[in-house]
Design a protein around this ligand. Structure first.
Ligand SMILES: NC(=O)c1ccc[n+]([C@@H]2O[C@H](COP(=O)([O-])OP(=O)(O)OC[C@H]3O[C@@H](n4cnc5c(N)ncnc54)[C@H](O)[C@@H]3O)[C@@H](O)[C@H]2O)c1
Ligand SMILES: [Fe+2]
Length: 437
């Protein structure tokens, strides 16, 4: 299987060129290699002279095969009478919105289906969705789809509550007024948009993606029914699965990580390592699909609270240059970024390697052992990419040596770099891009 050959649309370039991130108080106060017990960790924090404040936001989550009808009950609980069901043509062809529409009707609601979203949702699509919301007197928004549909639904809610155009809200916490309740039903196992505080929209005038960030963007309810994943095409499954893996790894080593995000990050990494390939080989198998749905969910919980790192900062620039899926670009970049980040201090990569199945002969109880474990993790991510058909290097997908200086300069301006565990300057990023060519 050659993944990129089967791809016909732009990949996400999520969080691209964001100007600022929500601050996490005391994010740099934790030791890089956490002490063994909670008491020791508390003592370490106390020695450092700071008390870390961990913030963790999360929607209500309903999870499990067959949970789709719960979206209707959730809408009722949120006061819906006339929900707007946001979705897209691909999902309509797969039949899921028809099923959800029936559940909404059975619950006594009068839904309006609006399916005007395309991948990488556009500013004018959000405006059109808002018109539909107003014209039909809607009160709650229910989204069924991948990250594109979910972000479009968030954007429509933002306009319904605050007016103006979606581009007015680029940045952090720019919305002043409450928005209609949001019920999300994700149909891909990757983005985590159903639990995140991010909303990524294409600015069609500037031909770039903007990021809207804020607590108000965290949905009220996420209904994760893994059955929906069975109709994903293989390329989408592989790309979104690699995106979830990258979310988990970058969130775990992020400068803004905290004990609440660590757990979810490691769990996501382990689940992708164990189940992504199986979903490719056995697409109808419920167990593996359920594990990948959980992986995407937990990676989302980790990254929306801990933010990301250099792989995403670099990937966004490549995604802006080329029309390729974000998860595939991540898959190429991630092993190189792991090596770069582990070089000065490999210890935090040991739990990552263990989550991916570090073999017993590597004993990470010394710095040299930890470095060996980190190198094994980098190689394991590459091995997984090979199995999924990820290109060997960025050169294979169209990046040239001549692109490297510009891509590197733009990477430095990407907010995801600010939470990367190792400082990186222009020369470092250029070296990383060249290694990944
Ligand atoms: N808000 C966030 O936190 C966040 C995080 C990551 C990515 N994103 C955004 O998510 C978008 C990418 O989302 P995505 O990768 O989930 O894909 P997508 O929503 O763009 O969907 C891609 C295509 O797959 C089809 N599809 C989706 N699920 C399907 C299913 N179950 N069966 C059949 N077809 C299906 C859709 O119809 C669509 O044509 C990007 O715009 C990206 O910027 C947002
Ligand atoms: Fe991502």
């Amino acid at each position: 299987m050659v993944l990129v050959d089967s791809v016909t649309r732009a990949g996400e370039s999520v969080i691209a060129r964001r100007r600022s991130v929500e601050p996490v108080v005391g994010a740099s106060a934790l030791p890089t290699a956490p002490a063994a017990t909670p008491a020791e960790r508390a003592a370490a924090r106390s020695r450092a002279g700071t008390t870390r404040l961990a913030k963790f936001h999360v929607p209500e989550i309903l999870f499990g095969p067959g949970s789709l009808p719960e979206a209707a009950h959730a809408a009722v609980r949120l006061g819906a009478r006339r929900p707007l069901l946001v979705t897209d043509p691909g999902l309509c062809a797969a039949g899921w919105p028809t099923q959800l529409g029936a559940h909404l009707a059975e619950a006594g609601l009068r839904p309006t289906v609006w399916s005007g979203v395309t991948p990488n949702p556009k500013d004018h699509e959000i405006a059109a969705g808002h018109v539909a919301y107003r014209e039909h007197g809607c009160d709650v928004i229910v989204a069924l789809g991948g990250g594109s549909v979910i972000d479009a639904a968030k954007g429509i809610a933002l306009l319904a509550g605050n007016g103006g155009t979606i581009l007015d809200y680029e940045g952090v916490d720019r919305m002043a007024l409450p928005i209609p309740p949001l019920v999300m039903v994700p149909s891909t196992s990757g983005t985590g948009a159903d639990v995140s505080q991010f909303c990524i929209v294409t600015d069609t005038a500037r031909n770039t993606k903007i990021t809207i960030l804020g607590r108000a963007m965290v949905p009220d309810v996420s209904v994760v029914d893994p059955s929906l994943l069975t109709t994903m095409p293989d390329w989408l499954n592989a790309a979104t699965g690699l995106d979830a893996l990258t979310h988990g790894i970058e969130a775990y080593v992020s400068r803004a990580h905290n004990p609440l995000t660590d757990h979810h990050a490691l769990q996501a990494i382990a689940l992708v390592g164990e189940h992504l390939v199986r979903t490719m080989d056995h697409p109808a198998e419920e167990g593996a699909r359920t594990c990948m749905a959980q992986a995407a969910l937990e990676a989302g919980l980790a990254f929306t609270n801990a933010i990301l790192g250099a792989a995403h900062a670099m990937s966004h620039q490549v995604g802006g240059l080329l029309d390729l899926p974000h998860g595939v670009i991540n898959g190429v970049l991630l092993p190189h970024v792991i090596r770069f980040n582990a070089e000065p201090d490999p210890h935090r990569f040991v739990p990552i390697a263990q989550a991916l199945g570090l073999p017993g002969q590597i004993v990470p109880d010394s710095t040299a052992g930890a470095a060996e474990a980190a190198e094994w993790a980098a190689a394991e991510v590459r091995r997984l990419g090979d199995e999924l058909g990820v290109p060997k290097g960025l050169g294979e997908i169209g990046v040239t040596e001549a692109d490297v200086p510009v891509l590197s300069a733009m990477t430095l301006a990407d907010a995801c770099l600010s939470t990367n565990p190792r400082e990186a300057d222009q020369a470092d990023i250029e070296t990383l891009f060249r290694a990944a060519l």
